[in-house]
Ligand binder design. Sequence first.
Ligand code: DC
Length: 443
Amino acid sequence: MSFIVAIDGTAGSGKGTVTKLIAQKLGLVNVDTGAMYRCVALKAVKNKIDSTEIEKIEEMLKDIKIEIKREGENQIIFLDGENVSEQIRTPEIDGCVAKFAALPCVRNKVTPLQRKMGDTQNIIMEGRDIGTTVFPDANVKIYLDASMEERANRRYKQNKEKGIEISYEEVLESIKQRHKSETQRKISPLVQAEDAIYIDSSNMTIDEVVNKIIDIIKKKSRNDKKRQENETDLLCPNCLKGGIILKEFFKKIGRGIVIGAIYAYCKVVYQMKIVGKENIPKEGPVIICGNHRSFLDPPLIEVTCGRYTRFLAKEELTKNPLLAVLGIIFDAILVKRDSKEVTAIKESLKTLKNGDCLALFPEGTRNGLEKGEQVKDGAAFFAVRSGAKVIPCGIKGGKKGDWKVTITYGKPLDYSKYKGAKDKETLDKVTKEIMENIISLTK
Ligand code: DC
């Protein structure tokens, strides 16, 4: 798991300089998230798009490419392949970036990119909402502040060094405006996270701030390590192993009992009929894709497919105590809305790699097709990525007037010829074929 340091704070509080120095001293990867919003603003300015023209901005964001590369000790910012490190720091961009950064469509595009950077590397990320929205579980959270006058003073000096002619009063006014819009905007406003450490840098030198934060990081890292060791030390290695075996044993028994109970219930109450079970390979990775009508669908697949199967479920499932227990028993893979989807993807691919079954519902939500919702490409993605066969599954009945439940498994669909493909066209084609097969089994 990566170690994440979140540095949030006001413009001109010294975040950028301090973050860069700490990254160098501790060997962390430094990410300046403000630069990403500046890239969006720059692209809009270049295309003469105003921050009120949402449709045009959405269109522009579709193929925007923002990269942060390191050259020695410096970060180079690339926008659509062009080095824009200088262009994003002009007074023009200073003046309009806050308006773009306040747009939901912009944040929805940029936030996942930021989270991705923390997946595989230890990072120090500076911005406004890192500790509150991007990484609410960051190991260390700092909120850096300074008086408005001191911040204006610093920006004024920075501009002067760069040869940018702008008066102190104008800088102060711009800082005040930005502060207002950043703290008062609806989406991801600049606020101190509850568990962030507040540092006022007005009367501190850069070195003092850097050393203070490094002390905090080192202390936290030591404590985290100690806690991990203590947790493991509480149990001797054999106890630990015994504990895990016992837990797995009870889970297996629990699973067996629950499967038996649901199976019997469905047989008696819904006169459940299973068709085409022989189509499910007895071993090896398989993706079972069904239509989604009710909360009963995942358990129906679990109890009828005859294989150890993990299914993908939305995190909201855990709000219902009964479904939460079923989720634990069936080892559900929870998909958190908007955040950390990557964990669910990795867990699903691991399930297939282990040669197990993965069940999912491309409709996304219950009766998604009827509601006209966009079918998700997830099943296609897993099939193409893993090479596992897809078993379409049609579930019928269980409703007033149509009480008897029939669950039909179709012939395996093989997409191994597309293995490794990532393009949307292929994924859409595979998704369409899977859905057509599912629908034909529900008729
Ligand atoms: O830190 P900066 O001045 O380069 O930030 C540029 C703009 O982006 C500024 O208006 C604040 C905004 N921003 C944000 O809304 N969220 C972040 N995580 C980082 C910056």
